[in-house]
Design a protein around this ligand. Sequence first.
Ligand code: THU
Length: 131
Amino acid sequence: MEREELIAMAMDAMARAYAPYSGFHVGAALLCADGSVYTGCNIENASYGATNCAERTAFFTAVAQGHRDFTAIAICGGPGGKIRDFCPPCGICRQVMAEFCDGTFQIHLAGPNGTCETYTLSQLLPGKFTL
Ligand code: THU
């Protein structure tokens, strides 16, 4: 799958964000090794700490459906769903990625005006926590 296609799926997912508190909408599309894709959006809560990020929504949905082998994720976000800048994953989401993915996992960040930056997980999370 092309990264543009994965980004388009992240954009679709962003439209489903539930973000009445921050107004910041995020979408993610997670590509599995078998070619299937699971999407996620951020889901906020009046008890702010109960909020789930878009990336973790995508990962947890995929894992709950039996997938544990992942290739790439596309992420986009912005106020009201308008992409003004790149939206790198938060630290907790990076650690969740590291639970299932090795350092070569690709992270595509959609930026303004159709731009895109790609990083590996090892670039964004050196020294992951392990037991
Ligand atoms: N958010 C994500 O969905 N992913 C991230 O990696 C960072 C932040 C969401 C959580 C919250 O709903 C909003 O963005 C503002 O922090």
